[in-house]
Design a protein around this ligand. Structure first.
Ligand code: FAD
Ligand code: SF4
Ligand code: SF4
Length: 470
């Protein structure tokens, strides 16, 4: 260990931008065994590991790095998977520059340990070697839990609850399990087969899936409550924020999820008429994407891969103050995306369909109450960008779950997200909630953490009831 003074930081090879923008395959190659061990050996085994403190799952990073450096990958996997239900997914799509790696103590001066890539290597080796096995329940508890939503929160909860011996059924309105990992995040960041592999494993361990089932439409929440001892709501947040500017209703202006879902479905081999007719396909078009988060980055990079004539990203703050991962911006720039910082759409113009965006120049101003830098318009400073397609990626708010589920007793926060107590229970007895629907739009790693914690709270409650009855 401690090789950071003599060994340079190295990430696995990333495919050249000119090649990778021609397809939707993942852009990073895996580490080979020798490189993974060498990179893991750069860790200085801190007594107070800031990497671990800043990992939402508190992964025992120094321990699995030490084992990986010694080539003891089976033990490394045992430790890594003890705190993370899907380490191969986090290794791929966590914004490590803001979490574990961004807080690695050797980051300043030497470059952080490449934690995410080693985590992915450990788990991919575990799959290849057959160390990742379905859950084998030795004693069924006879208790049953219904989970609404098959995103990372729902799947992590399903995994943990099944491990405790409960009967688990996951309900989802979509035809595939995975939530935003399937229909939001593009294949070039997270291959869909990686998510499907986990679904298969959960099924083999006895988790039941009831897809194409929209709670509130196909089945009521009351019916699920009658069917199960506990219900977990993990439905994510999908209400797209709006701009509310002139011309917003012109044709060829789309919310990000409509665009990304069409692209992901196409990649999965589905018939997507709106894509095939060209409406939701960026090919040959001048595309303008509005926003500076992960969703905006996924849109610009998808448009590049669809063969857009040009892709411009407008963001009202500057590069230093954007919410998305800096690493994703670098990838997008290398693939030919043009970023216009301090630029905000003022209006869309066109006849029936959008033809141009009027762009208002902005400048940074004082920080708001939360410490976030604000922006203000520079009076009279506008420009025009021609556009054949505009994609709005402005973030998401919670849908009105109490109304959608016909359950007005469900309490919500001032942000519209579901309110829960310390045991993840909502205002309805034995109805729990976790993931984005509680936290607001966040990250996969936080959804996994919430799903796992909610599962253990449900387990504790159900078991205490069993003991009381006994
Ligand atoms: P979701 O993943 O949204 O899953 C909710 C599930 O509930 C869905 O399958 C939905 O169909 C189902 N559902 C909803 N309503 C009902 C109903 N009434 N009945 C039945 N089922 C229902 N995070 C990262 O860490 N890294 C990234 O790179 C990243 N990129 C992102 C890119 C995009 C485009 C987006 C939109 C988000 C991205 N995120 C990323 C955020 C991350 O995907 C979410 O924080 C995470 O998926 C939330 O998990 P969840 O389980 O709470 O909800
Ligand atoms: Fe880093 Fe995410 Fe892995 Fe935690 S789960 S160690 S934050 S990549
Ligand atoms: Fe190793 Fe960096 Fe974590 Fe310290 S902060 S234990 S050097 S990975």
């Amino acid at each position: 260990m401690l090789r950071f003074t003599t060994t340079e930081q190295a990430y696995p090879q990333t495919r050249d931008a000119s090649a990778r923008k021609l397809d939707f395959n993942e852009i990073s190659s895996p580490f080979n065994a020798a490189d993974a061990a060498t990179q893991a050996s750069r860790c200085s085994q801190c007594g107070v590991p800031f990497c671990q403190i800043h990992c939402p799952l508190s992964n025992n990073i120094p321990d699995w790095l030490k084992l990986a450096a010694a080539g003891r990958l089976q033990e490394a996997y045992a430790i890594s998977s003890a705190t993370n239900s899907f380490p191969e997914i986090c290794g791929r799509i966590c914004p490590q520059d803001k979490l574990c790696e961004g807080n690695c103590v050797i980051e300043k001066g030497f470059g952080s340990v490449t934690i995410g890539a080693v985590e992915k290597h450990i788990t991919e080796t575990a799959f290849a070697e057959g160390w990742v096995k379905p859950v084998k329940v030795t004693r069924e508890t006879g208790r049953s839990i219904g989970i609404i939503g098959s995103g990372p929160a729902g799947l992590a909860a399903a995994d943990m609850l099944r491990r405790q011996g409960h009967s688990v059924t996951v309900y989802d309105r979509y035809d595939r399990a995975g939530g935003l990992m399937i229909y939001g995040i593009p294949n070039f960041k997270l291959d869909k087969n990686i998510v499907a592999r986990r679904e298969k494993l959960l099924k083999a361990g006895g988790v039941k899936f009831q897809l194409n089932t929209q709670v509130g439409v196909t089945i009521t929440l009351d019916a699920l409550r009658a069917r199960h001892d506990a219900v977990l709501i993990a439905t994510g947040v999908y209400k797209a924020r709006e701009l509310g500017i002139a011309g917003d209703n012109l044709q060829h202006i789309f919310p990000a999820m409509e665009y990304l879902t069409a692209s992901n479905r196409k990649g999965l081999g589905d018939a997507v008429p709106a894509f095939d007719s060209g409406v939701l396909n960026a090919h040959g078009k001048r595309v303008v994407v509005i926003g500076g988060g992960d969703t905006a980055m996924d849109c610009v990079r998808t448009a590049v891969r669809q063969g857009a004539a040009s892709v411009t990203c407008l963001y009202r703050r500057d590069r230093a103050n954007m919410p998305g991962s800096a690493r994703e911006v670098k990838h997008a720039e290398a693939e030919g995306v043009v970023f216009e910082w301090l630029a905000s759409p003022q209006q869309f113009t066109g006849d029936a369909a959008v033809k141009a965006v009027t762009v208002q120049r902005m400048r940074l101003s004082a920080a708001d109450e939360a410490g976030r830098i604000s922006v203000e318009a520079i009076e009279g400073d506008t420009t025009t960008r021609e556009a054949d397609m505009v994609i709005k990626a402005l973030g998401y708010d919670a849908d009105d779950v109490p109304a959608l589920f016909g359950a007005p007793e469900l309490r919500v926060s001032s942000y519209g997200t579901l309110a829960i107590d310390r045991q993840f229970m909502t205002s309805l007895p034995n109805v729990y909630a976790a993931g984005d629907i509680v936290r607001g739009a966040s990250l996969v790693v936080w959804a996994i953490k919430d799903g796992r914690d909610a599962a253990m709270a449900i387990h504790a409650r159900l078991m205490s009831e069993v003991q009381r009855v006994a």
